[in-house]
Design a protein around this ligand. Structure first.
Ligand code: GEK
Length: 242
């Protein structure tokens, strides 16, 4: 059961930092689809890509899986090629609900649901690793090490997908795309109060990088081929191939 997101609809005297708690988990599909332009297309594209790059008998990771949308999309597109999906999130509220979502469908591909910090898990024998709007929530100083760990855990030909809100190096471009994103949220029924309170809640928690920073991080981790494969306003999805 999923509900309409009204978390920031009423004025809040003190706005605590945004956290992936039970309240957020219960409205998550509505929240993310009304806030992230291109979200559904990206989730679909991840499934399509997975069908092409998943190698028999390997592992496929969904890091920061929330309710498992990317995991489900990949599992739907995987025939029985002996892969194991590993879906990781450190929010217990998300993992509990992800289990319900995943159990609602039958599939030959097993899913290991892990409640853990993605900085602490081992990544091994992976042909695909997905960070669908997760890296932006990691402290900036921890991002390079995670990417290096992903590179080491990928088999040759393995692919990492990184979807993120982007920061732009040019101030005018940044501001224009930011304003157009606010219009996207308004068009999806969010009020000015909801938009500004959510922005305050995210300020200390979500720190977007520029596309250049992402490319530099891929390169530093060892990837020699990478590109953006989707962008809608200031939201993009990138991929890098080992
Ligand atoms: C989707 N991928 O629907 N360790 C584990 N999980 C984390 C960490 C961490 N260090 N930091 C944040 N998370 C999903 C959407 S949401 C994006 C991803 C958003 C988790 C956090 O608990 C949350 O579930 C997820 O990353 C980010 O395809 O809400 O904008």
């Amino acid at each position: 059961m999923t509900h309409h997101d009204k978390i920031f609809a009423k004025p809040q005297p003190n706005i605590p930092d945004f956290s992936f708690n039970d309240q957020v988990a219960s409205v998550f599909p509505d929240m993310i689809s009304r806030s992230v332009p291109g979200y559904a297309a990206i989730v679909d594209g991840i499934g399509n890509l997975c069908a092409r790059v998943a190698q028999p008998g390997t592992r496929i990771y969904d890091l920061g899986c929330s309710l498992g949308a990317a995991t489900l999309s990949m599992r739907r597109q995987l025939d029985d090629r002996g892969c194991t999906l590993v879906a990781v999130d450190n929010s217990e509220a998300m993992i509990n609900r992800a289990a319900e979502h995943l159990n609602a469908f039958v599939s030959p591909t097993p899913v290991e649901l892990v409640c853990a910090d993605i900085r602490d898990i081992d990544i091994e024998d992976a042909s695909m690793v997905v960070l669908n709007f997760t890296l932006q929530f990691l402290p900036p100083q921890d991002r390079a090490e995670l990417m290096a760990k992903i590179y080491r855990g990928l088999v040759p030909g393995g692919v990492v997908v990184v979807s993120e809100k982007l920061r732009f190096e040019g101030d005018r471009v940044h501001q224009l795309l930011d304003e157009m994103h606010l219009d996207f949220k308004r068009a999806n029924g969010y009020s000015e109060l909801e938009i500004s309170q959510k922005r305050t809640a995210l300020e200390n928690v979500m720190k977007p990088d520029s596309k250049l920073q992402h490319y530099q991080r891929f390169s530093d981790a060892g990837f020699s081929e990478y590109s953006s494969w989707f962008q809608h306003l200031n939201f993009a999805s990138l991929m890098a191939i080992k």
